[in-house]
Design a protein around this ligand. Sequence first.
Ligand code: PMT
Length: 398
Amino acid sequence: MLMRGKTILLGVSGGIASYKAAALCSKLAQAGANVRVVMTESAAKFIAPLTFQALSRNDVLIDTFDEKDSSVISHIDAADRADLVVIAPATANIIGKLANGIADDMLSTTLLAVTSPILMAPAMNVHMYEHPAVQENIRRLRDRGVIFCEPGEGQLACGYVGKGRLAQPDEIYARIAALLHPERPLEGKRVLVTAGGTVERIDPVRYITNDSSGRMGYAIAEAAVRMGAVVTLISAPTALTPPQVAEWVPVTSAMEMFEAVMVRFADSDVVIKAAAVADYRPAVQAEQKIKKNEDTLTLTLQKNPDILQAIGERKTFQFIVGFAAETERVQQHAMEKLKRKNCDLIVANDVTQEGAGFGSATNIVSIFDRNGLVRSLPMMSKQEVANQLLEIVSSRLG
Ligand code: PMT
């Protein structure tokens, strides 16, 4: 009964993913929360209000003028009672309305009266999600403190494949739990996280990189912020929106990442190296586009500094977590890296496994220390991997 005594206002806006809000509503109610559902009229076309009424054991609010209790004004009362507001799914329309202060139905009117934290889980077509207007509205809301549960990538109801799928109810639930019970075991700790795949230029139009999306590192940075840490995120290029961290440092190459890490290392309590750093860079970066004059072209590559190893050699009080992306003999290679690079923990992912490693929304990892396996995690969202990893880190920091 994790959520007993908490009132959650669940806003359901109209999209095909509305049905998933029923699973979320059920989970919240089972955890003891008092769930008040507010639906848009469009949402009520996708899923019957009765479903939410039965799951939440509360009346469902849809019409601003349908005042059932004369002692209160429903939208103000619903807003006042909420410990947390969750909008799932959040359509482009409701995101746009809240960003622009529009109140023309029950849900949008209630949202303007809310003073508790708001968590939005967008779901829409990939092109709608990427539209500059939607992205601008999301940025505006983030700046005002609205928290977003990023949509997943995959097959969308409209037939497209891309980003826009509502986050899984389990993931939204985990975010809600973390928001309602903000344990802050990393309060005041300075946590440095690296993310993304470095880009090593060959010439002005070509480069060498890898498949890292930055998701794992960004999830760690966000989780560390939630746990109270002062977070610096050093990020190689990604398509992700920078999270709300104390310092966000965009870099491109391994050399730039090396410098950015080394400058900040002495002042960090914890360093987590989720980035996929190129081991080699072109020895010479051509100033002009290389012409295709010959049948073959040989590129000479020069070794990059190993950032993790460099900080491992210099560490005094810092707690260092490395990652190991492996394709075979995962434990053996991870343990070798942990020792060679003087890490306190290493997070090994077998990147050949479906749902693990580069690019995916999920990961499957095993966490090792010098004595061997600490925790083996089945497939779960990168956010959940981040939470569990940081739990272990904080318990070891004492
Ligand atoms: O970004 P995502 O798409 O979410 O994917 C996540 C991930 C697969 C990138 C992540 O989970 C991961 O495994 N990151 C480490 C990838 C990697 O480069 O592994 P490695 O085994 O090559 O390197 C081992 C460790 O040394 C890593 O912590 C790496 O950051 C570090 N390293 C490597 C080379 C180098 N020159 N400097 C380093 O610091």
